[in-house]
Ligand binder design. Structure first.
Ligand SMILES: NC(=O)c1ccc[n+]([C@@H]2O[C@H](COP(=O)([O-])OP(=O)(O)OC[C@H]3O[C@@H](n4cnc5c(N)ncnc54)[C@H](O)[C@@H]3O)[C@@H](O)[C@H]2O)c1
Ligand SMILES: [Zn+2]
Ligand SMILES: [Zn+2]
Length: 346
């Protein structure tokens, strides 16, 4: 089968590889029907993910059809249409039982797919702990609608949840990349009074306006005054930092009102400063971390009920055999790209 492979820093290649086989009785083999490319794949390509293992097939965003399951897999059968979770987790340890699956103690746990073990920019993928890592797609939900459930939509859902948003709130989202846009939709599920989206790319600002005309959209230059004008208590009640630039951590806490929750979704290239003397008395709560992606079943229900729809984020589609061109487009943000669907067929 064809599999897009991490050869060495700076180098991915489409190789012919054998189809994966079950390795444990809790695995499943999934025939990929649609995949995507994530910003984290670019981090592997650029050599900034030290844990990434050369030779692995990349890709951790995909949907497909179950081909085969191990004897201890209970919730999934061959023939089921499924979303695949970016995270591997056992479902049994202390952290999993509390829903903190990002810290599952299993040595294979966390972001393994397409990083430490073969992922899904390929025709088939092996998914460990299939009862946890796969969710059935409802019949009325298409592959395109379900494509982001296991990764960036799970992240947006988690970020909105831990931000404790209330109906009267003004919510500020920094960054309208694919993850920020998913966060925006998930914040909307909580019906806050106002949502402000700050994005520096004018094309992406226009994109936000198209998919969410009610959102207040602003560029970073005018942000502090804009937030003060459009909030009741001197700043945003909740801030979601989904940009990850050098200055966005500071922007996040500066634009928050006293006692706000500031949720840091973004991953930074370097350490950030927490200038406590400057923020003393503001009594902020910071929340950070890797997504605890265990609400996929709920997210699929919301899609099925028409309450979430991330299909507008798919701006381009490529066949797997042309995935190198798709990476080029995504990496260089050409042609207004937000997300690319990669189809192993065609
Ligand atoms: N915590 C997690 O588990 C998790 C999961 C998924 C993604 N992430 C992180 O979330 C972040 C966003 O991911 P993405 O895929 O959307 O990436 P992205 O790079 O496409 O999006 C970032 C957006 O922020 C904008 N931006 C950058 N600097 C800005 C500034 N100063 N002011 C306003 N806008 C600015 C960019 O133009 C871009 O549109 C990344 O850091 C990613 O690593 C974290
Ligand atoms: Zn990802
Ligand atoms: Zn666990």
């Amino acid at each position: 089968m064809l599999a897009y492979t991490y050869i060495a820093p700076g180098k991915f290649e489409l190789l012919e590889k054998p189809r994966p086989a079950l390795q444990t009785d809790r695995d499943a083999i999934v025939r990929v029907t649609l995949g995507s490319i994530c910003t984290s794949d670019l981090h592997i390509k650029n050599g900034s993910v030290p844990r990434a293992v050369p030779g692995i097939t990349v890709g951790h965003e995909m949907v497909g059809v179950v081909e085969e399951v191990g004897s201890r897999v209970q919730s999934i059968r061959p023939g089921d249409r499924v979303t695949v979770n970016v995270e591997t987790f056992c479902g049994e340890c202390f952290f999993c039982k509390n829903g903190w699956v990002n810290n599952c103690i299993d040595p294979q746990g966390g972001w393994a797919l397409g990083c430490r073990i073969d992922g899904g920019q390929a025709e088939y993928v092996r998914v460990p702990y299939a009862d946890q890592g796969l969710n059935k797609i409802p019949e009325n939900v298409t592959d395109e609608q379900a494509l982001f459930v296991g990764d960036i939509l799970a992240t947006g859902y988690w970020a909105a949840e831990i931000s404790e948003i209330r109906p009267e709130d003004t919510v500020l989202i920094l960054g309208a990349g694919p993850t920020g846009l998913c966060a925006l939709q998930c914040v909307r599920l909580r019906s806050p009074g106002r949502v402000i989206v700050c994005e520096r790319d004018p094309q992406r600002r226009a994109f936000v306006k198209r998919i969410d005309p009610e959102a207040l959209v602003v560029d970073p230059e005018n942000l502090p005054e804009f937030v003060r004008e459009h909030s009741e208590h001197g700043g945003a009640d909740a801030v979601l930092e989904v940009a990850g630039s050098a200055d966005t951590f500071r922007m996040a806490w500066e634009c928050a009102r006293p006692n706000a929750i500031v949720t840091i979704v973004a991953l930074y290239d370097g350490p950030q400063t927490l200038p406590l003397p400057e923020m003393y008395g503001k009594n902020l709560t910071f929340k950070t971390g890797g997504v605890d992606g265990c609400q996929c079943a709920r997210i699929l229900e919301l899609i099925s009920e028409g309450k979430l729809d991330t299909t507008p984020l798919i701006t381009h589609t490529y066949p797997l055999r042309e995935i190198a061109q798709a990476y080029d487009l995504f990496e260089n943000r050409l042609d207004g790209v937000i997300k690319i669907a990669v189809s192993p067929r065609g």
